[in-house]
Design a protein around this ligand. Structure first.
Ligand code: FNR
Length: 349
C-alpha cells in the first residue's frame, strides 16, 4: 500500500497503521473509556441526509469562508494536535506547509514540537495557537505575549481538558506494569504528567475573561458544548467557539459536536463565530455542519493519519481530496457558494 492508493480517511488510517509503531498509531486513533463518543462523532453525520437542488448553474463553486477575521480558501482547517513530530519527522512543518498550500488555517498545539515563531515566519496562512491554561500564571502571561509577538492570528483556549481523559489503549500499550520504556510508555507518562501537574484545574470564567482582555484580538474557546457556556463565551468577548469533545478523547459519553450544533447556533450564532470539530471524514460531513450553521469545521485525525503515513505529501493529498469532495458535493447539491447551504437542505431521519 502506497500514498497513491489512499483515497479517503480509512485508507490514510490503514497506511498509518502499517507505517508507525502500534503505540503511536493507537495514541492517534484512540479515545476515552469505551470510545462511545469517538464513534458517535462520525456516525452522527449518518443520521442526517442532504437534500440536493438541481439545475442551478454550478459551473464554478466558491468554497471560501471568513471566520474569526480570517479568510480561508476552504471551509475546514487543521485543528491543533500535540506532538506531531512523533508521528512523522516533518511534524508541524508538514501540516503548516500543506495548510498554506491550500489557503487554510492550521493550529499549533501547546504540546507542539516545532516553535510557533518558526512556523509563523515560514508559512503564510492563518495560524492558531492552542493554549492550555497552566498553574503558573506567569507562564501563561509569557506564552500569550510570545504568541502575540510571533504574529499568531487566533488564540484558541482548550477548555475540555481540565484533567486528562482515560485513554485505555495508551495504558495498555504503554504501561505494562509497572512502566515500560516504549515510545507509548514515555508518551503516556509525559502527557499524563503534563495534565496532572502543569495544568490548572481551578481555571474559571474570570481567568478566561482576563486572558481575552490581555490578548485583545481573535480569541476562541475550544470544547464548548452547552448553550449557557456558549452565551458566557460571547459575553466575555470571545470572537469564536468550537464545539468539540476533543475527538472523543476526554469525556466519554459526552455529546457529539454535530448533534449539539443547531442548538448552539440558534443561541449565539448571530453574536459569535460557531465552529465544530470531531469525526469529520468526508466532504459531505463538512457540508452538513455548514448547513446547520457552522462557519468552518476542524479536522484532526483526518490529516494526522495522512501525516503519519506520508509526511507533507500525505497531508497535501488528504487536504486535496477533502477539497475536491467538498467542491464536487457542492455541485451535486446545486450550490455555488457556502452561504447557499442552509437547514432547508437537511433532513434528520
Ligand atoms: C488532539 N486534539 C488536541 N486538541 C487540543 O486542543 N490540543 C492538543 O494538543 C490536541 N492534541 C491531539 C492529539 C491527537 C493525536 C488527536 C487525535 C487530537 C484534539 C483535536 O484538536 C480535535 O479536537 C479532534 O482531533 C477532532 O476530532 P477528529 O477530527 O480527530 O475526529
Amino acid at each position: 500500500m502506497r500514498l497513491r492508493d489512499c483515497f479517503n480517511f480509512h485508507d490514510f488510517r490503514e497506511l498509518a497503521r502499517r507505517r508507525v509503531p502500534g503505540p503511536i498509531f493507537n495514541y492517534i486513533d484512540g479515545g476515552a473509556d469505551d470510545e462511545v463518543t469517538l464513534r458517535r462523532n462520525t456516525t452522527g453525520f449518518e443520521q442526517c441526509d442532504l437534500v440536493p437542488s438541481i439545475l442551478r448553474g454550478v459551473e464554478t463553486v466558491d468554497i471560501s469562508v471568513s471566520v474569526m477575521g480570517q479568510k480561508l480558501a476552504m471551509p475546514f482547517y487543521c485543528s491543533p494536535t500535540a506532538l506531531q513530530r512523533l508521528f512523522h519527522h516533518q511534524g508541524e512543518r508538514a501540516v503548516a506547509a500543506a495548510a498554506a498550500k491550500f489557503g487554510t488555517m492550521f493550529g499549533v498545539s501547546s504540546l507542539g514540537t516545532v516553535s510557533m515563531e518558526e512556523l509563523r515566519k515560514k508559512y503564510e496562512t492563518p495560524q492558531v495557537y492552542q493554549f492550555y491554561f497552566h498553574k503558573d500564571r506567569g507562564l501563561n502571561r509569557d506564552m500569550l505575549q510570545r504568541a502575540k509577538q510571533a504574529g499568531v492570528d487566533v488564540m484558541m483556549l482548550t477548555v475540555d481538558s481540565i484533567t486528562g481523559g482515560n485513554r485505555e489503549r495508551d495504558l495498555r500499550t504503554g504501561f505494562a506494569i509497572p512502566f515500560k520504556l516504549t515510545p507509548g510508555g514515555m508518551l503516556q507518562f509525559a502527557i499524563g504528567r503534563y495534565f496532572t501537574e502543569m495544568l490548572d484545574p481551578s481555571m474559571k470564567w474570570d481567568d478566561v475573561a482576563e486572558m481575552v482582555r490581555a490578548w485583545n484580538g481573535q480569541f476562541c474557546l475550544k470544547g464548548i458544548m452547552s448553550v449557557s457556556d456558549a452565551k458566557r463565551a460571547a459575553e466575555i468577548g470571545c470572537t469564536g467557539i468550537i464545539l468539540s469533545n476533543h475527538g472523543g478523547r476526554q469525556l466519554d459519553g459526552s455529546r457529539a459536536a454535530f448533534d449539539q450544533l443547531a442548538e448552539i447556533v440558534d443561541a449565539v450564532g448571530d453574536r459569535i463565530d460557531v465552529m465544530m470539530d470531531g469525526g469529520i471524514q468526508r466532504g459531505s460531513h463538512v457540508l452538513k455542519a455548514l448547513s446547520l450553521g457552522a462557519k468552518a469545521v476542524g479536522v484532526g485525525r483526518f490529516y494526522l493519519f495522512a501525516l503519519a503515513a506520508a509526511g507533507q505529501a500525505g497531508v497535501e493529498r488528504a487536504l486535496g481530496l477533502m477539497k475536491a469532495e467538498i467542491e464536487r458535493d457542492m455541485k451535486l447539491m446545486g450550490c455555488s457558494t457556502i452561504k447557499q447551504l442552509t437547514r432547508s437542505n437537511l433532513r434528520f431521519r
